[in-house]
Ligand binder design. Structure first.
Ligand SMILES: NC(=O)c1ccc[n+]([C@@H]2O[C@H](COP(=O)([O-])OP(=O)(O)OC[C@H]3O[C@@H](n4cnc5c(N)ncnc54)[C@H](OP(=O)(O)O)[C@@H]3O)[C@@H](O)[C@H]2O)c1
Length: 394
C-alpha cells in the first residue's frame, strides 16, 4: 500500500505489492510530517555541491511526533542520508517513520541499499518527497519497502524535493551536468565596459553570487574572461568545510596564463581544450592545472556539448557558467542552459560587452521564457531567477 496526501499532493496506490506487515503503523498527523519534510529539505540544501554524483538528500526519523534522528548525504563513498538519520536514531527508529526527500535506493552502489537498512532498523512508515529519476531505482525503492511490509507515501513537498534533485536528474537522464547560466548586467544589457574588469553589481548581489558558487560542483568561464578579469573563481568567504568548486575554463588553445590568480587558489582548475599545443599543455600542467582535450567545433573551438558530457562522466551534476558573453551566447544558442540567474544593476553602461553573443554560425538564439521566474532585490540590484521549461529543454 502506498499512502497518498491530502489535497494538492499526488495520491497513488500500488495494489500489486504484497503486504507482509501485520499491523498498521500508528498515524502521525500531516503537520508533523510536513514539518519533518521541511527539515529534511533544509538538511539536503546544506550539502548541495558536496554529494555529486549522488543527489543531496535529507532525512528525518520520527518516533510519534518526536524527531529522533536526522541525516544528510555524506560526500561520495560515505553513507546516504537515510543511513545517517537511522544511525542517530538507533533503537528509537523501531516502529517509527522515516521522512526523506528522495525515494530510498534499492541497489548496491558504493554503499548497500538503503531499503535494507530501513527494514533492519524496524521503520514502519516511509514518507518520500519525490521518486528517484535514476533508471536503476525508478520506483524500485518504494516497491521493495512495500514488499517488506513498510507503509509508504510519496509526494510530500514534492516541488522542493524535485528542485533539490534537478541537477542529479539531468545527469542521470542526459549524461551531462545541469547548467546554471549567471551574469550581471546593466539596464542596457551590458556585462562589461569596453575594457572589462569592473564590477557591475553591488555587495549584496556579489555575496549571493558567492553563495551560488558554494552550491555547485564547478564554476565555468570562457578563456577571454579568464584573461581579461583574471578571476579567482572561489567561494568567498570560504565555507566552513573549506571546499571550493572545480574551476573550468573553456580554452581551446590552452592560453590560460601560467600566473593566472585562480591557479594559486585552494581547489582545482580544469582547462578544457580542443587544439592546444603540447608545449602549452605542459606549461599549464606545470602551473597546477589539469588539461583535458575534448572535441573541436566550428573554428576549432571547444565543442560545448562534448565538454559538458565529459564533465558529466566525471560525476559533476551542476555547473555554474559565469560568462563571458561569447560562452553564454554559445550555450544558449546550443540549447544547453537549464537555469538562469541574472543580476540587473540600475544603471546604463553605454559602450560595452552585450550579455549574450552567440556565434555567427548558430544564426541567433531560439525564443523561450523562464518557467515561474522569481525576482529578489539585493541592495540596489535585482536578481531574476528561473528555469528553462523542461519540455523544451535539451
Ligand atoms: N558581468 C558579468 O557577469 C561577466 C561575467 C564574466 C565575464 N564578463 C565580461 O565578459 C567579457 C569577456 O566576454 P567574451 O565574450 O569576450 O569572452 P568569454 O565568453 O569569456 O570567452 C570567449 C572565449 O571562450 C573560448 N571558447 C571555447 N569554446 C567556446 C565555445 N564553444 N563558444 C564560445 N567560446 C568558446 C573562446 O576562446 P578560445 O578560442 O581561445 O577557446 C572564446 O573566444 C569580459 O570583459 C568580462 O569582464 C562579465
Amino acid at each position: 500500500m502506498t499512502e497518498g496526501f491530502a489535497a494538492g499532493i499526488r495520491t497513488e496506490t500500488t495494489s500489486s505489492v504484497t503486504m507482509t506487515r501485520t499491523h498498521t503503523p500508528p498515524a502521525i498527523d500531516q503537520q508533523t510530517q510536513a514539518r519533518a519534510m521541511r527539515r529534511a529539505v533544509e538538511l539536503a540544501r546544506a550539502v548541495r555541491g558536496r554529494t555529486s554524483p549522488l543527489p543531496p538528500v535529507g532525512a528525518v526519523v520520527l518516533q510519534g511526533d518526536r524527531v529522533v534522528g536526522e541525516g544528510a548525504t555524506a560526500p561520495p563513498g560515505g553513507p546516504h542520508a537515510e543511513v545517517n538519520a537511522l544511525a542517530e536514531a538507533g533503537e528509537r527508529a523501531r516502529g517509527g517513520t522515516l521522512v526523506v526527500t528522495l525515494e530510498p535506493c534499492n541497489h548496491m552502489g558504493r554503499t548497500p541499499p538503503c531499503t535494507e537498512a530501513i527494514q533492519r532498523a524496524g521503520i514502519a512508515r516511509v514518507v518520500v518527497g519525490t521518486r528517484d529519476p535514476n533508471p536503476r531505482v525508478a520506483g524500485g525503492g518504494l516497491k521493495a519497502l512495500a514488499a517488506g511490509g513498510v507503509a509508504t507515501a510519496v509526494g510530500l513537498l514534492d516541488r522542493e524535493a524535485e528542485a533539490l534533485i534537478a541537477p542529479f536528474a539531468t545527469l542521470v537522464t542526459l549524461g551531462r551536468p545541469f547548467v546554471t547560466a549567471k551574469w550581471a548586467m546593466t539596464l542596457d544589457g551590458k556585462i562589461a565596459g569596453p575594457r572589462g574588469g569592473e564590477s557591475i553589481t553591488g555587495a549584496d548581489a556579489l555575496a549571493e553570487a558567492h553563495r551560488l558558487r558554494d552550491r555547485v560542483d564547478a564554476v565555468v568561464v570562457g578563456s577571454a574572461t579568464a584573461r581579461i578579469d583574471d578571476p579567482r573563481l572561489t567561494v568567498r568567504p570560504a565555507p566552513p568545510d573549506g571546499r571550493q568548486p572545480l574551476r573550468v575554463i573553456m580554452d581551446s588553445a590552452a592560453s590560460l596564463a601560467s600566473d593566472a590568480r585562480m591557479l594559486g587558489e585552494a581547489g582545482s582548475t580544469l582547462v578544457m581544450t580542443s587544439r592546444e599545443s603540447a608545449a602549452d599543455r605542459a606549461r599549464l600542467e606545470r602551473a597546477g592545472a589539469e588539461v583535458v582535450r575534448v572535441a573541436g567545433g566550428p573554428e576549432g573551438r571547444v565543442e560545448l556539448s562534448d565538454a559538458l558530457t565529459t564533465l558529466g562522466a566525471r560525476g559533476l551534476a551542476h555547473v555554474l557558467v559565469e560568462g563571458g558573453s561569447r560562452l553564454l551566447g554559445a550555450l544558449v544558442a546550443a540549447d544547453l542552459v537549464d537555469e538562469v540567474v541574472v543580476f540587473i544593476a540600475p544603471r546604463v553602461m553605454g559602450p560595452g560587452v552585450p550579455a549574450l553573443d552567440p556565434p555567427p554560425e548558430a544564426g541567433g538564439v531560439l525564443p523561450w521564457t523562464l518557467d515561474e521566474p522569481s525576482v529578489r532585490q539585493l541592495g540596489p540590484d535585482i536578481m531574476l531567477h528561473g528555469q528553462r521549461p523542461a519540455a523544451e529543454g535539451g
